[in-house]
Design a protein around this ligand. Sequence first.
Ligand code: GLN
Length: 447
Amino acid sequence: ACLDQIKKAESTIHAYVTIDREGALKKAEEVQKKIDEGKLTGPLAGVPVAIKDNMCIAGMRTTCSSKILDNFIPTYTAEAVKNLEEAGAVILGKTNMDEFAMGSTTETSAYGVTRNPWDPEHVPGGSSGGSCAAVAAGECFYALGSDTGGSIRQPSSFCGVTGIKPTYGTVSRYGLIAYGSSLDQIGPVGKDVTDCATILEVIASHDKKDSTSLDRTDCDFTSALVKDVKDMKIGIPRDYLGEGLDPEVKEAVLAAAKVLEEAGAVVEKFDLSLVDYAIPAYYTIAAAEASSNLERFDGVKYGYRAKEYEGLHNMYKKSRSEGFGPEVKRRIMLGSFVLSSGYYDAYYLKALRTKALIKQAFDKAFATYDVILGPAAPTTAPKLGESLGDPLKMYLGDIYTISCNLAGLPGMTVPCGIDSKGLPIGVQLLGDCFQEKKIIRAAYTYE
Ligand code: GLN
C-alpha cells in the first residue's frame, strides 16, 4: 500500500531521493515469514519506514542530498537504522533533505525540492522535509529524521506530523553523516505520539561506536503514554510569543496550552533569558563544526571527483567547488572564518560561552517547570522560493528550535491546528535532559 501511495504521490511531492521497491518487497516477505514463525513480535515488525538520506545503509545509495555524494554506496549501516532492521522494519527508501541538513525548507537539495502535501505550492520545512512529507502523504508509516537545530521539529510542524528530538546522546550518531556533531541527534517522525514513543524506544541504544552515546536505563518511553498532567507545571517563555510570531500560530499554541491547563496542569508565562543570542551562537557553532566535518569530502576517498583538473590541489578545489551547493559553501566559509586564528576568540569561543549560558538559563527554568511549551516555528510553511534568496531571514526562522540543541535537551512537535491558508501549525514541548517521558506524557494528554 505504501509503494502504491508512493507511485501516486511522488510526482507531486518528491519526498524520496531513492526508492527501493524490490528490496522493500523482499524484506516484507522475509519479515512476514519470521512473524508467522513467532520469531519477530515487536510493534515495528513489518511496518514500512523511510530513512532520511543522511543515514548510511549498507548497499543503499546515500547522498545527503548533495552532488558530492551522488555515487556513494555505504558499506555499513547507521546504528539507529540497524536497530530498526533488527525490529523487523521494512525500509522503503531514502528521503530528500536540505543538502547536508543545512537549511529549513528542503530546497537546497541537489535532487530537487520536496513539496508540502497539504499544499504543494508550499515547502515542507527542513531539513528533514522529505521524511515529514512522506509521513504526511502516507508514503510510509513513519520515518527517521535528524535534528541539529530543529530539523525534525520544524518540518513536523509544517507537515502536521509528530516528531521527537531526544536528549543528545540517546540515539547513536554512528552512520549519521555529520553536520554539527555536538548538536546532531536522530529521532522519529510519525503520525502520532504513540508511534513516536514506540519508535524512539527501539532506536535509542548505547553504542560504543559513538563516543557521545549515553548508557541510559530509562528508555521505556511508551510507559509515558498516560493521559495525566495533574502534577505538571508548564512554562511558556514570554520571549517565544513576541515580535515575529504569526498571530494565528500564537493563538493555536496558546489554545494547546489551555487544553493542558484544563487537564490539570499549572500553566504560567515566564522570562527565558538569552533567546536573542541563540541564533548567532548556533550558526557560529554549527558552521564551525560543519567546516571541519565536511573536510573529508575531497574527491579522493569517495564521492564526486571533478572530471578535469591539474594536480592534487586543483582536484580538491574543483571537486569541492562543483560538488557542494551554495548554502553548504556559505557555511564552510563562515565556519572556517570563525575558527581561524585571530577570530576564534571573538566568534567561536564567544559562541561556546553563550551556549553554556543558554544551558544555565534552561537549568533555571527546569528547576520550576516540568515542560516548556511554545511554537515550533514563527509561521506556517512559506511558499516555495520565498526563503532561498534571503538566508538571514531563513536563519531567523529557527529561533524557537535551536536553543534545545545548544542545551542538548529533548523536544517534540505535535500538531495543534490549521491556519486560514489551510496549513498545519505545531506546538513544541521541551523537557530537561533525560525527561523525554514528561514531554511524551504532556503531548499524549494534549493529543
Ligand atoms: N535550519 C537549521 C540549519 O539550517 C537547522 C538544520 C538542522 O537541524 N539540521 O542549520
